[in-house]
Design a protein around this ligand. Structure first.
Ligand SMILES: O=C(O)[C@@H](O)C(=O)CO
Ligand SMILES: [Mg+2]
Length: 257
């Protein structure tokens, strides 16, 4: 049976981060993952998770929505800022005991895609060398939610990994984005499994709890078991109502937190 992690970027959105950590432990999660916790001092965060015996999986490199930025990995003219942001993410990850950093690519104009691909590969090669102790995750985002983002398909992420050739770069296989962009979620999981470093889930297309919509998550969980996926499955959905009230889906789908 898959092991589930609480994505605290999305779950219990009405509570401060430490209360989200408490809530995740209280309902039985054994791991958490974060989006952008940078405003919170790392040491107390680490202690809070240790007190609950929660594994901390990872966080994202910084974004600046105010400037319209969703990462800098593939953004031309921002290499120094990318490096500073990655160094900050890696230091924070180490300080909270997390093993991975999602390296966000950012938005790229269609006519700059080829140059951006070279730049992203260069930046990732540098980052992978700086942090051989961490897994760097690449996550294609669907263009309905994030139009203009550098990549939307798992195949593109696999292409970047092949180009960089570093063993600590893996795919964040978010079944929600894969379902919205491409469909064939189980088939694609099977095809790219050796490159998958983390899995995330949410209903397609609503991004709510995984017990509705186009993806049959009971079948998806069986496929993870059948394929021998040993990692965590991040619950990165937007609860339809309250997070606690929405936790009926594991028993509906034949799994447990
Ligand atoms: O799927 C997502 O949106 C997240 O995993 C993320 O890290 C970027 O928004
Ligand atoms: Mg995701």
């Amino acid at each position: 049976m898959p092991r589930f992690s609480a994505n605290l970027g999305f779950l219990w959105p009405d509570r401060p981060l430490f209360e989200r950590i408490d809530a995740a432990a209280a309902v039985g999660f054994r791991a958490i993952e974060l989006h952008w916790p940078y405003d919170i001092p790392a040491e107390p965060l680490r202690e809070r998770c240790e007190n609950h015996a929660l594994t901390v999986l990872g966080l994202n490199t910084l974004i600046d929505p105010g400037k319209g930025e969703f990462g800098l990995g593939a953004v031309e003219g921002r290499q120094a800022d990318f490096q500073a942001g990655f160094a900050r993410a890696a230091a924070y990850a180490r300080a909270i005991g997390a093993g991975s950093v999602h390296v966000m690519a950012g938005d790229v104009a269609p006519d700059r895609k080829a140059a951006a691909a070279e730049l992203f590969a260069d930046n990732l090669r540098w980052a992978a060398g700086q942090a051989p102790d961490l897994t760097l995750l690449l996550e294609p985002l669907n263009a309905r939610d994030r139009p203009g983002y550098f990549y939307a398909t798992v195949g593109e992420a696999a292409g970047v990994i092949a180009k960089v050739g570093a063993p600590n770069i893996k795919i964040m296989f978010d079944a929600y984005h894969v379902g919205v962009t491409e469909g064939g979620v189980v088939e694609r999981l099977e095809r790219y499994l050796p490159l998958v470093g983390h899995v995330q889930i949410a209903a397609v297309p609503s991004r709510a709890e995984p017990d509705e919509g186009e993806v049959d998550y009971a079948a998806f969980f069986r496929a993870l078991d059948r394929l021998g996926y040993g990692g965590w499955v991040g619950c990165e959905y937007r609860p339809r109502a309250g997070t606690d009230e929405g936790l009926g889906w594991p028993s509906t789908l034949g799994v447990a937190l």
